[in-house]
Design a protein around this ligand. Structure first.
Ligand code: NAD
Length: 479
């Protein structure tokens, strides 16, 4: 048991309704000061096998539990999240360095909402029956079995519950492998599921490294679905493992999203949208990190943007006035800095930032704006996953679309324009799972969410989630 920010957090796995230790542990560091905050059980093939067996044993009874009861239990979990909102928020902030303000006001309420939404959606699930020459077609959603869920560190509980809630609602049992850089809130969620009365073995957590626990989980022959959020290189390994047993998989991956600012845009709004891309210290898959600005307004846009960005307060994420906290880990900070150094060495200029914030020490990286990067260069193609934006200009709508679509990613895009016709025209031509027009990060769980190209495979949200987590069946009955 660890005590993190005054909150007791179990450091073992959660398997079949029991806390299980491993022979070895790994250190969990806080990005705020790089101090060790917990020693977490380091799972491998053995713990994964125990968790999958527990989930498999719990599956028939859970799958047979009627929808009303499953929905009631998911609402009880949401109640537990709400009751422990402050604890979850401070533990998550201490563990991954994201702003306490965001966790309290936005993220944790949405964690509770994830459970409520999918509980309610389950009760409404079902498409109208239809007839074929007098025969009745009836579509049903049968739970698939044990679902392996693998999640990243940038929004740990939020992203895990996007998967856990629909998987459980559909009648599946779950084994979650959280990211090793942010393992704590998954452990608190296990406590909450107990308080809610979820039967043992329905929800399981195996802690550990990706190459050990993660790899063992996705290779397990009794797993019926794999849902992964993370990076493209890991997705390739997971897809190869899934191919061995032909397990359906959902991949929510990285992005290099554009934010297009047309000359007819409300400039204040466009500047606000651009500054918002530094949220979570830039560690947001959806971030519109490529600012594409119409040449005629580029100078004014840049001036206003720099004034706003310079006013951002960087510091301790537990302070309510902080806008930008630390990066997750020393290795990640070095990776971000590597991208920036190579861009600058290649002739680009940093109009803002361009390196770590040495005044704060530790893992703080200055909000950075890069201009003059060579077309096609790494900084314009690769996901940096830090507070690093690039600025490019365009002259025509045609050129803007071409630049927007010029990466291997296709997760999201944002358009700032005063013309609804232009918004419609441009949106239709963008390769992206989500397009925001004059807004950013508005996310409704009824809507499909996912990426095109290397940003992923599949969609989450509403029916799309249930389609993935179920074996959808059509029963045809003669008249
Ligand atoms: P990552 O791929 O390094 O790790 C993600 C998870 O995969 C971790 O739990 C890790 O332990 C596990 N893992 C690593 N190797 C594994 C293996 N061989 N087998 C099974 N599991 C393995 O990603 P990250 O650095 O934690 O997260 C950042 C990435 O996630 C970025 O690319 C970001 O864009 C992406 N992301 C995407 C979305 C989305 O919804 N599209 C949301 C958030 C983050």
């Amino acid at each position: 048991m660890a005590t993190v920010a005054g909150v007791a957090v179990e450091d073992g796995h959660w398997i079949g309704g029991e806390r299980i230790a491993s022979a070895e542990t790994f250190e969990d560091l806080s990005p705020i000061d790089e101090q060790v905050i917990a020693h977490i059980a380091r799972g491998g093939a053995e713990e994964v096998d125990a968790a999958v067996r527990a989930a498999r044993a719990a599956f028939p009874a859970w799958a047979a539990t009627d929808r009303q009861e499953r929905a009631r239990l998911l609402h009880a979990i949401a109640d537990g999240v709400e009751k422990r909102m402050e604890q979850l928020a401070i533990v998550e902030t201490t563990d991954n360095g994201a702003l306490l303000r965001s966790h309290l006001r936005g993220v944790m309420p949405r964690v509770a909402h994830n459970f409520r939404f999918f509980a309610d959606w389950l009760l409404g699930l079902g498409r109208d029956d239809f007839e074929t020459r007098g025969h009745r077609n009836h579509v049903s959603w049968d739970p698939a079995g044990v679902c392996a869920l693998i999640t990243p560190w940038n929004a740990p509980l939020m992203l895990a519950t996007w998967k856990i809630a629909p998987a459980l609602a559909a009648g599946n049992t779950v084994v979650l492998k959280p990211a090793e850089w942010s393992p704590l809130t998954a452990s608190l969620l296990a406590d909450i599921t107990v308080e809610a009365g979820l039967p043992d073995g329905v929800f399981n957590v195996v802690q550990g490294y990706g190459e050990e626990a993660g790899a063992a989980l996705v290779a397990h022959p009794d797993v019926r679905r794999i849902s992964f959020t993370g990076s493209v290189p890991t997705a390739r390994r997971i897809a190869a493992a899934a191919a061995a047993h032909l397990v359906p998989l959902s991949l929510e991956l990285g992005g290099k999203s554009p934010l297009l600012v047309f000359a007819d845009a409300d400039l204040d709004l466009a500047v606000n949208l651009a500054v918002e891309q530094y949220d979570n210290a830039g560690q947001v898959c959806l971030a519109g990190t490529r600012l594409l600005v119409e040449e005629s307004i580029a100078e004014e846009f840049t001036e206003r943007f720099l004034a706003r960005a310079r006013a951002l307060r960087q510091g301790d994420p537990r302070e309510m006035g902080t806008d930008i906290g630390p990066q997750i880990h020393r290795d990640h900070l070095a990776r971000i800095d590597g991208f920036v150094r190579r861009a600058l060495d290649g002739g680009a200029t940093a109009l803002l930032g361009g390196g770590p914030n040495t005044d704060l020490g530790g893992l703080y990286y200055r909000p950075t704006l890069i201009t003059g990067a060579a077309p096609g260069s790494e900084i314009l193609r690769e996901e940096v996953f830090g507070p690093v934006l690039t600025l490019q200009t365009f002259r025509t709508e045609e050129q803007a679309v071409e630049m927007a679509n010029s990466t291997d990613y296709g997760l999201a895009a944002t358009i700032a324009t005063g013309s609804p016709e232009r918004a419609e025209r441009v949106s239709a031509r963008l390769v992206a799972g989500t397009v925001w027009v004059n807004c950013f990060f508005v996310r409704d769980l009824r809507a499909p969410f996912g990426g095109a190209r290397q940003s992923g495979i599949g969609r989450e949200g509403g029916d799309w989630s249930f389609d993935f987590y179920c074996d959808v069946k059509n029963t045809v009955t003669a008249p």
